[in-house]
Design a binder for this molecule. Structure first.
Ligand SMILES: *[C@@H]1O[C@H](CO)[C@@H](O)[C@H](O)[C@H]1NC(C)=O
Ligand SMILES: *[C@@H]1O[C@H](CO)[C@@H](O)[C@H](O)[C@H]1NC(C)=O
Ligand SMILES: *[C@@H]1O[C@H](CO)[C@@H](O)[C@H](O)[C@H]1NC(C)=O
Ligand SMILES: *[C@@H]1O[C@H](CO)[C@@H](O)[C@H](O)[C@H]1NC(C)=O
Length: 171
């Protein structure tokens, strides 16, 4: 009994088609190589960047010290971390935040670090119409991480295909 090769090919082709709409999404490593720390002026870091609906922020930091809290504008300005709108801290020191609404987002680190500059305001815009030439955006700060979203979907389909073959062989 030989199953699976053709099905796997078909499933992978479907995965390629499905992932196309996501090609232009960017995962931004906040602060670039410096990450989420007291060494970066995040107003300056964000100033020349465009954040689009569908992008992600990736906060990389010392999990024993800092955290990632989403707050409103008032609490952003005053560094008040007592009433977060959303606690994005997972505990690993590597938190991903989907920017899936076109609006302003405000983040800060609690534990006093906001006063040392660990706060960032992000204006999320609607994506521009795709240019005819190259739809792939590059983030200067994290060029290698842009392909993450393109790997996950095919991986899920590949696992499903393997599982399907497995079921057909044994049941
Ligand atoms: C932010 O939340 C605080 C309560 O934590 C509230 O007093 C303030 O008016 C809110 N600001 C905005 C801009 O919504
Ligand atoms: C945020 O969530 C993390 C992980 O669940 C938790 O350890 C931490 O205490 C929370 N922080 C705040 C300020 O709610
Ligand atoms: C945006 O993402 C958050 C977190 O994953 C989710 O809770 C929320 O429902 C999403 N909102 C929209 C409009 O998709
Ligand atoms: C970041 O830089 C801007 C512009 O130079 C400045 O106005 C702001 O005070 C700086 N922020 C911090 C936290 O140093």
């Amino acid at each position: 009994m030989r199953f699976g090769t053709l099905e796997l090919a078909v499933v992978l082709m479907c995965a390629v088609v499905l992932m196309l709409p996501d090609v232009s999404a960017t995962r931004w490593t906040v602060g670039g190589n410096q990450g989420w720390s007291t060494n970066v002026n995040y107003t300056v870091w964000a100033k020349d960047k465009h954040f689009y609906n569908g992008d992600w922020l990736f906060f990389v930091y010392d999990r024993n010290q800092m955290n990632v809290l989403e707050v409103n504008e008032t609490n952003y300005e005053s560094c008040n971390s007592d009433h977060p709108l959303h606690n994005w801290t997972t505990g690993a020191g590597r938190d991903v935040v989907p920017l899936n609404v076109t609006r302003k987002y405000y983040f800060l680190s609690g534990k006093g670090f906001c006063y040392s500059g660990m706060k960032i305001a992000i204006n999320v815009e609607n994506p521009p119409p795709p240019p005819s030439a190259s739809p792939i955006k590059e983030s200067n700060d994290s060029p290698s991480s842009n392909y993450r979203g393109q790997i996950v979907v095919p991986a899920v389909f590949a696992i499903a295909a393997v599982w399907d073959s497995f079921l057909r062989l044994y049941w």
